[in-house]
Design a protein around this ligand. Structure first.
Ligand SMILES: [Zn+2]
Ligand SMILES: [Zn+2]
Length: 345
């Protein structure tokens, strides 16, 4: 069996692995689709060593084999990749901080003891039973492949200071920004302004319910000022994932407002602390998700409050993964979410 791995700067290789077998407490999943994440794109661009287990970490599929200790799943169950529930045994759990469970966090970043030697850019994968949750019956496998990134955005919005009626700004309308925008609407924002340089993505944001879309720069600050009586946004979600965008988020927020960091820059950032202090900015940062959030997010995707299929703009084969990532990394891409179908020749 071949899995695609990012093995260096601008390098994607098909690497041969033995056909996976389930560990006692694990399952083998036949992968239906695996999405390309911004993290995959950053790894491809930077060439910094990339953990193989997360090279492709947005997948859906069907259980094809179970280990002998597995109780909650059987062959034929449709599943999505997720984070484990709290273990109840680690130092954080013992301290009553189950939502900070160390084992669950390691699973969310692909570093748990049963982490596979490759990610979801493969026809099959063996993972711990606790790493998957059953797919909501209202979702197709294609929709289900976007549950992981949708849950990243869901978690960020749950962790943020958003209040009913707020004017919220979303910086960046990539798949995470477009997901965040929809959760923010569902959570009761009064006005949702999306800042995005790419015209196709601005159009998609409008179609998915943004109140306003605007290009970055002076035009964006003017629009936000004008729509808030000169005050600035109540809350700004940073979904660009570049270092410069953190200070921009604070610049667009009102005094006493908040920002939420979701995009992951791979360099240090320069900020203007005086502006943060003068505005008394509150900040939340969000990485990954909690186990229980997958069911919550899937329910709201299945009932149509948050749509992911409009984000799915193309499908690639395993052999086409390198070209697909190169296009997404190029900046002028027409794509939003590209899914890989590892069963295509
Ligand atoms: Zn990701
Ligand atoms: Zn724990």
């Amino acid at each position: 069996m071949y899995a695609a791995l990012i093995t260096g700067k601008e390098t994607v290789e098909l690497v041969e692995f033995p056909d996976p077998t389930p560990p006692d407490a694990g399952v083998v999943v036949d992968i239906a689709f695996c999405g390309i994440c911004g993290t995959d794109i950053h790894a491809y661009q930077s060439g910094t060593p990339y953990r193989p287990s997360i090279c492709g970490h947005e997948w859906s599929g069907t259980v094809s084999a179970t280990g002998k200790a597995v109780r909650s799943l059987t062959e034929g169950d449709r599943v999505v990749v997720a984070a484990s529930p709290a273990c109840g045994r680690c130092s954080a759990c013992e301290a009553g901080l189950a939502d900070r469970c160390e084992a669950a966090f390691l699973s969310a970043i692909g570093s748990d003891p049963l982490a596979p030697p490759h990610g979801g850019f493969a026809p099959r994968i063996a993972v711990a039973e606790s790493r998957v949750v059953k797919t909501d019956s209202g979702l197709t496998d294609e929709q289900a492949a976007q549950v992981e990134p949708a849950t990243v955005a869901f978690h960020a919005v749950r962790q943020s200071y958003l209040r009913l009626g707020d004017t919220a700004v979303i910086q960046g309308a990539g798949p995470i920004g477009l997901g965040t925008m929809q959760w923010v609407r569902a959570a009761g924002a009064g006005r949702v302004i999306v800042i995005e340089p790419n015209a196709e993505r601005r159009a998609l944001a409008l179609a998915l319910g943004a109140t306003d879309v605007v290009e970055p720069g002076d035009e964006a600050s003017t629009l936000i000022k004008e729509s808030t009586h000169g005050l600035g946004a109540d809350i700004v979600y940073e979904c660009v994932g570049r270092a410069w965008a953190i200070q921009t988020a604070v610049d667009l927020a009102r005094r006493g407002g908040s920002i939420c960091l979701i995009g992951v820059p791979d360099t240090d950032a320069t900020i203007s602390p005086a502006v943060w202090l003068v505005k008394e900015i509150r900040m939340t940062a969000a990485l990954a998700y909690f186990h229980e959030e997958f069911d919550m997010a899937m329910r709201m995707m299945a009932d149509g409050r948050v749509l992911v299929e409009p984000l799915h703009t193309s499908t690639a084969s395993l052999a086409g993964l390198g070209d697909a990532i190169a296009d997404l990394a190029g900046g002028a891409t027409q794509q939003a979410k590209v899914l890989v179908n590892p069963n295509w020749a």
